[in-house]
Design a protein around this ligand. Structure first.
Ligand SMILES: [Zn+2]
Length: 97
């Protein structure tokens, strides 16, 4: 549960007024900024990635380097475009067979 560090309230609301971020989570009581919230699409993408990585790791045709790469990115919440590409090419290799 997210709690406000200023007043201890756990009541929060989403503030969509910032253009550079999807939303800010703020305390409903004292309006203190708590954290930025990721886009719903980003969360969805991450959970899809995790499922995909798990599936690929169970595949027997990936090589040691690919296995290491997958185990490595599984720990990361956010992938770089290069890592995303690499994940995509491994998944294509697996699904081609
Ligand atoms: Zn507060």
């Amino acid at each position: 549960m997210t709690k406000c560090t200023r007043c201890g309230s756990s009541l929060t609301y989403k503030d969509f007024s910032n253009e550079r971020h999807y939303a800010a989570l703020r305390c409903s009581k004292c309006d203190k900024f708590i954290k930025w919230l990721p886009k719903p699409e980003t969360i969805l993408k991450n959970s899809q990635n995790n499922e995909l990585i798990q599936k690929l790791l169970e595949s027997s045709i990936i090589n040691d380097w690919e296995r290491k790469f997958l185990e490595n990115i599984r720990e990361n919440k956010k992938l770089s475009p290069k890592q995303q590409d690499c994940l995509k090419s491994i998944s294509q290799k697996v699904s081609d067979i």
